[in-house]
Design a protein around this ligand. Structure first.
Ligand code: ZN
Length: 319
């Protein structure tokens, strides 16, 4: 197995790509951003360390641009079949080929109902354009990665797992014999993966899906595996890390419950409760999605309820 680290122009400044060896070359796990810099690195890798070998297939864990970005270009240039979970493939197609601005009015309403300031709304509404700039299309047909299925790559038999929360059906690969677990962005050391509600599905219980997925990982993947994540360094201690993430979100829910005890609060008003450092417009957009994920989950759990005061902004109070 080979491990590539591709640069990203964000605060999280890299993404991990894994090359899994099979008879005549390497299957690629995730593609990196769809920009010129990434394409140049791929070409340099193929002419340098991989000279004389070929890429055999493209496996994409989820639709985020740092993972799927260069996949279309790699598939087309090197004739690779694409393997991807169905929901991830379809969502990426919707975002790449949908009429980008059609939802803007609805999305604006969604953000305004949750009390987000005009300047932040303007910033997050352009996120769709950014997705187009950071991706390179996708092949018109693909191979579906499905939870529970076995994927044979070379001598390794991987069990495919999928989980929601960070994305809608993110794929992970577990090789029980080799003790390897490719966790994508579902479990990462040190970083808590972004769990967000998107305007396309305002009532999405993304946090509930994520917590269920973590509990399922603890049950089905042994703690002894070497975890190979989408960002950061490989690590051991999957169960401790999953439990720490569950604990982290429970603590955030407790903070929100506390803040909503005396008076009802909107999602936007709760951002400083959860994120105490100064945030720019871009980070505020992410923070908002994350706060709303906690609110939606707490409403489902019955620990928070929406106050109907007839006003233009949704506010929530501890139940
Ligand atoms: Zn991601």
């Amino acid at each position: 197995m080979l491990w590539l680290r591709l640069a990203l122009p964000y605060r999280l400044d890299h993404v991990n790509i894994y090359l899994l060896e099979e008879a005549d070359g390497f299957a690629v796990l995730d593609a990196g951003l769809g920009d010129d810099a990434t394409r140049e690195v791929w070409q340099a890798v193929l002419q340098g360390p991989l000279a004389g070998r070929r890429l055999t297939r493209m496996i994409v864990t989820h639709f985020h641009p740092d993972h799927v970005g260069s996949a279309g270009w790699l598939c087309e240039t090197y004739g690779l079949p694409l393997h991807m979970p169905r929901n991830e493939y379809l969502l990426s197609l919707v975002l790449q080929y949908g009429q980008a601005d059609r939802g803007a009015a609805m999305f604006r309403q969604f953000y305004e109902r949750h009390g987000l300031a005009e300047e932040i709304v303007a910033r997050v509404l352009t996120n769709g354009h950014e997705y187009l700039h950071r991706t390179t299309g996708l092949p018109s047909s693909y191979h579906r990665l499905q939870h529970g299925q076995t994927l044979t790559i070379g001598r390794n038999e991987y069990r495919v797992l999928t989980g929601g929360g960070h994305s809608i059906e993110q794929a992970m690969l577990h090789d029980p014999a080799a003790g390897l677990f490719f966790s994508a962005d579902q479990v990462i050391a040190q970083i808590s993966p972004n769990i967000s509600v998107q305007p396309i599905e305002p009532q999405d219980n993304a946090l509930g899906a994520y917590l269920a997925a973590l509990a399922s990982l603890i049950e089905t993947v042994p703690n002894t595996v070497l975890v190979l994540p989408g960002h950061g360094l490989p690590f051991r201690g999957l169960h401790q890390r999953a439990l720490a993430l569950i604990e982290h979100h429970a603590a955030r829910c407790a903070e929100i419950a506390q803040a909503c005890t005396a008076a009802p609060r909107s999602a936007a008003e709760l951002i400083p409760t959860v994120f105490r450092r100064e945030l720019d417009a871009h980070q505020t957009g992410f923070a908002f999605g994350e706060v709303l994920a906690h609110i939606n989950h707490m409403v489902v759990e019955g620990t928070l309820r929406r106050v109907d005061d007839g006003g233009p902004i949704d506010r929530f109070i501890s139940a």
